[in-house]
Design a protein around this ligand. Structure first.
Ligand SMILES: [Zn+2]
Length: 203
């Protein structure tokens, strides 16, 4: 995901379930240069990995820790709001977010609450570069999952954070925001996607 409508404000809460304290995943920027992590290439629409539901993470091994590092480093760039593991070619349930200086990653995320109140606004996606379409989402979303240490975490928010959470969980289910557009917008989107230089076979 790239971001939401300019001017969106988000109320964001990131916590360890049960303690209510801020977890280490939230609110700080790590020094990537010291860690030898990588900014990974983003997979573009047409790549089947984006249409494949991701597998739950069952072991917090080095590969998963490296994945988390790469997700965080790759999302922590100007104009990037969220990144799902399959967008960097890894079919595991994890995504990172970068909303209003909250940068973090959640594993095995599940949406446990969505508000009935909705928000309208343009949505974009790093895997559908340069395009934005109006996409209706719930105004508030709450996601639970685990962090890289296996501790339970909860991320919730309104506005752009809520939009990000819904967008990224969709990715992990093999969905793109384009699937949620109304019929007319979807038609326009499919046309525009066909004209993307890197996307040969939009699905
Ligand atoms: Zn996206």
């Amino acid at each position: 995901m790239l971001g939401g409508k300019l001017g969106d404000t988000a109320i964001i809460v990131v916590s360890r379930v049960g303690t209510g304290t801020l977890g280490p995943v939230a609110g700080r920027r790590l020094r990537w240069k010291d860690w030898g992590m990588a900014i990974r290439e983003i997979r573009i629409i047409g790549d089947p990995v984006l249409r494949t539901a991701c597998e739950p993470i069952t072991s917090l091994d080095k590969a998963v820790r490296d994945l988390v590092d790469d997700l965080i480093q790759t999302v922590d760039r100007e104009g990037r709001a969220g990144l799902a593991a399959n967008q960097i070619g890894v079919s595991l349930q994890a995504f990172s977010y970068n909303i209003e200086d909250e940068v973090g990653c959640i594993l095995n995320p599940k949406i446990v609450e969505l508000s009935e109140e909705h928000q309208d606004g343009d949505e974009g996606c790093l895997s559908v570069p340069g395009l934005w379409f109006p996409t209706r989402r719930a105004e508030f979303a709450r996601v639970v999952g685990i962090d890289v240490n296996g501790d339970d975490v909860m991320v919730e928010g309104t506005g752009l954070m809520a939009r990000c959470l819904q967008h990224e969980v969709d990715h992990l289910d093999g969905k793109l925001y384009l699937d949620r557009l109304d019929r007319l917008a979807r038609k326009k989107a499919m046309q525009a996607v066909r004209e993307l230089p890197m996307a040969s076979a939009p699905r």
